[in-house]
Design a binder for this molecule. Sequence first.
Ligand code: SF4
Length: 497
Amino acid sequence: MSAMLSSLTNSRLGAYVPQVAVSRYGSKPVYVPCVPFRKCTSAVPVPVKTVQEGNSVRLMPAAAAPAGAAADPHWKQAFAELDKPKAERKVMIAQVAPAVRVAISESFGLAPGATTPGQLAESLRCLGFDMVFDTLYGADLTIMEEGTELLSRLQAQLEAHPHSEEPLPMFTSCCPGWIALLEKSYPELIPYVSSCKSPQMMLGAMVKTYLAEKKGISPSDISMVSIMPCVRKQGEADRDWFCSGGAGVRDVDHVITTAELGNILKERNINLPELPEGGWDEPLGSGSGAGVVFGTTGGVMEAALRTAYELVTQQPLPRLNLSEVRGMDGIKETEIKMVPPPGSKFAELVAARAAAKAMDEAAASAGAIKWDGGSNFTADDGAKGITLRVAVANGLGNAKKLLTKMQTGECKYDFVEIMACPSGCVGGGGQPRSTDKQVAVKRQQALYDLDERATIRRSHENPAVQKAYEDFLGEPNSHKAHDLLHTHYVPGGVDTE
Ligand code: SF4
């Protein structure tokens, strides 16, 4: 196990510094810590305005104020820049989400997954992009940060001093549709949601900082264009504080959907199915099989468990295909038993926890969803282990059902994945339209096939991600990682569209 991997479990143990509160009211700029609920305290100004809506007041960034005439759609803005003479334009960089690669073939009348990721990368070069990166890299980075965060929250519970800003269960955070629901309808659950940015935004931040530094390019001279299956990703990218490369320098400048890209390729006579295999550019172009399955329901959970299991047990997860969280069921659940090795930090904590019940009272005051600490620490044949209970919901109706059950105490979990679209990103609103009722199942299977064929199937084994931590980020959940790769949420929501 690499030195970096073994350092993960100890990387977030610093002293907790109370957050700076975010006010929902008032017309003055408010200040939030760069990562609320975390030890990092450097404050970032977020200019906001308040808007009266019926009986409620909501907070929105000043930049989201109505701007008069409607702007061009983002694909048009991206191509207005891309089509300029190379000497007069910015460095054009594309990133491609996992679910795009298995659906773009449909724009050419072919079955899901019939063209390859390499052909897709090549098509973007044909359009004129200078560099083409893979959002899989961002997905692997997300797992490094989110897995570490999950174990940190678990550790706080095991140590019997959970604090209300980092309770369990932890919810995933990579779907802007789910985050919109959270902020508008379940603001009391904000502390339960991972502070990790989505893979798209993590990669954007790394391009405007790490890559810019490595290549000696000013971040303001880079235009980052995301190819996404999602109509909500532009709104996510437009959040005011996603400017890691400097004030006014967006981490992601434009978002183009899968269907829009298909149309553009056809209009420009770029026949994707006939293109040769192209490669992704380094240093942000390689991703694992775990990153691939992010594109469908259950994938983030599966990817996270592949890494979290190894972090706790110091053994690889014996079975990489977690069929319990695969498939199209609206709500899926399972348990995973993790036995930390004798002498490890987690083994000590589990042993101490098994004998102590004090944390139950502390957990009971943690928030709206009560974590039932204690019942999931079991002893088998004398070996103390952690049984992590997980759930996965796809589609907002299923998400609401699951949340209601959790809030009434009907079911209890430690880690929950929520994706807004039925079937996850493979069924995103930006994907090509299809009359095939089984299209989402076929796209999902195509992702599973890509994962199966991947040389590296665990996020923490991605050498490019390991190198970024060594050279630039330090360790997962470090101060720098928090600055660049984590975010916060706004009760009431943020209008960016
Ligand atoms: S599930 Fe839907 S809304 Fe959520 S990130 Fe995927 S495509 Fe976007």
